[in-house]
Write a protein that binds this ligand. Structure first.
Ligand code: ASP
Ligand code: MG
Length: 820
């Protein structure tokens, strides 16, 4: 019966308890009559401890003794915990022998003060020899007859210490011969081998995986199982992408690409021996053994997704060589890469524009200064003559690789990748796609790495749901109502529109709090008060930018002038904005234009439907006119709930002062009603509409009639104003009677026509679109080139936190629909 190879890594044998789990897993399979070979790494941390012991000894640092005794204790304790009686004694004798030898070796290193690659390999080999000796004992102790196999006997390599290359012909024969006579369960040391002269070698850090594959191929095993501490190869690094998913099946080629690009689950050389013999490699989780894991086989399977996974290399630098004299590129590229290779600098990715004005490639960051110096030296002449303008290294960069067999079959994969990046303002410094078309790689700034990973990951694996990350300031009645509405609506938005809208940052004047996973919306106030830090505008925006989350939206529930100064910076950082705060759009025209330009340049959204008429779709209607090529000729409207209420109710029976007091009690007015009556807020609304219609206008260009005379403004407190409010009753009763004589009504009208803008009290007759109005409704009439005979009219409640926050939420949803 064909064998199966099980390999357990350091974390699977991290301590005696996990070793017991391993024994359970193996015994279970043996009881199912599986024919198994087990390969082990050194116990967790031991290889590193051995290296530091050697390094300390080689510089004469006495602390090596401490590290050595740590190694000794870990193994002796394991024996105590895993074996007893006769087996314990026998295992301990064997391990004591190893400890003795190791001590001598380290002592030797400390005497000659040198740790050569050769002695380093010998030193490291103790890790696997200890672990396998003890684990073989533990198997025997649990009733499974097992035998320790020192793989140096059968894995033959060259003498490239530290990274030895396997002589497969010899090794395969030796392994087969050995197994012809092996009866018991073989407990094989991973990682190590030996030269023709029987010098100990190692197969590279993480090399136990490779050992498993070497044995698997030699024995033509049925499968090779790599047991580790995660559920298999994941679609992305779970430390960076919370929603990473285990990959169920992938091809050898995909596994190779992923493992080269930082997915550390499997040591890259492991793939080849298995691939040649078409032996499936299965990644399993020792701590979740019933989970299927990842199966790596030939590509004959259909994956549900367009890509298989995304991985990254972080510690790289991008070397750029540019210049108009770089015409003879073939020659120059040849010279560059020759000199780079000669110094064993590993080139990870190369990109060259076909115009031939630039070549760039990535190397490990630690080698970048050397690479630059080498190239500068090599291209001295070209640099002096100005053929090449410079050789530079961009350090803080990362390579992101998107991997998948389907990339070659499906169209639009790269479009989807680069859309995700573009939408989130991530700049790309270089792109490369291998000719296998299995991998699209690109270089970005390191600070953008996690944002890029998440945006791409969401785009491909969670395209069903879009995560929207909201940062909000202001938790007054509007902010609160918004959160309440979001809470009520979030299930609908999730189920019907597939939007997962989370509040990831929140601040008021006292506190601020961030949570990339989303602040608990049921309990936001407690979270803000308890976990929040002291609020500070600068820090809030700094942290917002540092969060660097994809699909970010900033919501400004304040009317602050300070916050709007940040808008431009936010838009240029790829953060969209939704705001009921009128201040930004009514500051200088220049700033308004800058905001509009930033929206285009950075591909973000800036929505402010609630600036005018709360949730009424007034601004989007104007925008639609403009988009469709229509031209707005006239705007006329009653744009304040308070003033609408005032003049709708003014009559013989109800005086000006009575109505204002009533409106104040009903909560329609500002805290100080003079802020409604002075017309400035209405003028701001008009200004926004006019600008939106495409006309240049400043606030001071608007003629504003203040309904309160200066005698009731300057130096008059709010209370005093209320006391003296009835002084105005006669004036307005007079105006009303005059209007009534002509069968007209009074309306406080914001108006724009032919370059002139005003907010004034007018008497209008029944032919006027603003004649009929009731309650505290807003009403607005547009005359356009297309709608000329009869204007387009919109009417409805235009104030109040509910309709305003509804407008905010609608804007967020509109933005979300633009996201990918
Ligand atoms: N023990 C070796 C190392 O730490 C080999 C392995 O764990 O795969 O690199
Ligand atoms: Mg490993």
């Amino acid at each position: 019966m064909k064998r199966k190879i099980y390999k357990f890594g350091g974390s699977s044998v991290g301590n005696p308890d996990t070793i017991k789990k391993v024994i359970e897993i193996v015994s279970g399979s043996l009881n199912n009559n599986e024919n198994i070979v087990v390969v082990f790494s050194a116990f967790q941390t031991i290889t590193n401890l051995l290296i530091s012991t050697g390094e300390l000894a080689s510089v004469g640092n006495e602390e090596y003794k401490l590290a050595f005794s740590q190694i000794k204790n870990i193994h002796l304790t394991a024996i105590e915990k895993l074996t007893d009686g006769d087996i314990l004694r026998k295992t301990r004798t064997k391990v004591f022998k190893l400890i003795d030898d190791l001590e001598k070796l380290i002592y030797g290193i400390s005497l000659i003060k040198e740790l050569s690659p050769r002695s380093r390999d010998h030193l490291m080999s103790y890790g696997e020899r200890f672990s396998c000796t003890i684990i073989a004992g533990a198997f025997n102790n649990s009733g499974v007859e097992a035998e320790f196999l020192d793989s140096r006997k059968v894995v033959k390599t060259d003498d490239n210490f530290g990274n030895a290359r396997v002589n497969f012909v010899l090794t395969n024969n030796l392994i087969r011969e050995y197994f012809d006579n092996a009866k018991k369960l073989q407990v094989v040391c991973g990682f190590i081998g030996s030269t023709a002269d029987n010098e100990t070698t190692t197969l590279g850090r993480g090399g136990s995986d490779y050992t498993a594959s070497i044995f698997g191929a030699a024995l033509e095993a049925k499968e090779i199982q790599i047991w580790t501490d995660v559920d298999g190869v994941l679609t992305a690094d779970p430390k960076k992408v919370k929603k990473a998913l285990p990959i169920q099946k992938m091809s050898y080629e995909e596994a190779l690409e992923m493992s080269h690009f930082g997915a550390k689950v499997i040591y890259p050389p492991t793939i080849r021996p298995a691939l040649i013999k078409s032996i499936p490699i299965i990644i399993k989780n020792t701590f979740n053994p019933s989970f299927v894991g990842t199966e790596i086989t030939t590509a004959a399977f259909a994956s549900d997704y367009a890509i298989t996974g995304i991985s990254t290399i972080e510690n790289v630098a991008l070397i750029k060589i540019q210049g108009t004299g770089l015409v003879d590129v073939a020659n120059i590229a040849g010279r560059i890469f020759k000199i780079i290779a000669k110094e064993s600098i590993n080139v990870i990715l190369i990109s060259q524009a076909s115009s031939g004005h630039s070549i760039c490639f990535t190397v490990l960051e630690t080698q970048s200064s050397k690479a630059v110096a080498l190239i500068q030296e090599e291209l001295k002449y070209e640099l002096n003559e100005g053929f090449i303008s410079g050789v530079e290294a961009d350090k803080e960069v990362s390579i992101v690789a998107v991997v998948g067999e389907n990339i070659r079959n499906m169209s639009g994969v790269s479009e989807k990748i680069f859309q995700a990046l573009g939408r989130n303002g991530i700049e790309i410094s270089a792109i490369a796609q291998g000719s296998s078309r299995l991998n699209i790689s690109f270089v970005i700034k390191r600070k953008d790495e996690s944002k890029a990973l998440n945006a791409i990951h969401d785009n491909f694996f969670l395209s069903d749901y879009k995560a929207i990350n909201v940062f909000m300031v202001g938790t007054g009645s509007l902010g609160r109502t918004f959160i309440q509405q979001l809470k009520n609506q979030s299930k609908y938005l999730y189920d019907e529109l597939n939007l997962d809208i989370k509040i990831v940052g929140i601040a008021n004047t006292r506190k601020m709090h961030f949570d990339n996973d989303g602040i608990n919306i049921e309990n936001w106030e407690n979270e803000l008060n308890i976990k929040g830090k002291e609020s500070n505008t600068e820090n809030f925006f700094e942290l917002l930018k540092q969060s660097n989350l994809p699909n970010s939206v900033f919501v400004d529930c304040t009317s602050s002038e300070i916050i709007i100064d940040k808008y431009l910076d936010l838009l240029s950082s790829a953060v969209s904005i939704v705001t009921p705060n009128k201040k930004a759009n009514t500051s200088r025209y220049d700033y308004y234009l800058q905001l509009k330009k930033a929206v285009k340049k950075y591909n973000v959204s800036f929505f402010y439907e609630s600036n005018v008429g709360a949730g009424l779709p007034i601004i989007s209607t104007i925008q639609d006119f403009v988009y469709s090529g229509d031209k707005i000729l006239q705007i006329e409207g009653v744009l304040s709930g308070t003033l609408s209420y005032l003049f709708n109710n003014l009559s013989k029976e109800r005086t000006f002062s009575q109505i204002i007091k009533d409106a104040h009690e009903k909560g329609f007015t500002e805290v100080d009603p003079r802020e409604d009556l002075n017309g400035i807020d209405i003028a701001r609304k008009l200004l926004i509409l006019v600008r939106e219609a495409g006309y240049k206008l400043e606030l001071e260009d608007i003629i504003i009639e203040n309904l309160v005379p200066s005698t009731l403004i300057n130096g008059i407190s709010k209370e005093e104003f209320f006391n003296r409010l009835s002084e105005l009753d006669d004036l307005y009763e007079q105006k009303r009677i005059e209007a009534e004589k002509e069968t007209k009504v009074l309306r406080y009208i914001a108006k724009y026509e032919g370059g002139k803008a005003s907010v004034v009290l007018e008497a209008v007759d029944s032919n006027h679109p603003l004649y009929s109005l009731s309650s505290n409704d807003n009403k607005i009439a547009f005359k356009t080139v297309y709608y000329n005979e009869r204007p387009v009219i919109m009417r409805g409640p235009g104030a109040g936190v509910k309709v305003t926050s509804g407008g905010i939420l609608a804007d967020i949803v509109r933005i979300a629909n633009n996201f990918y």
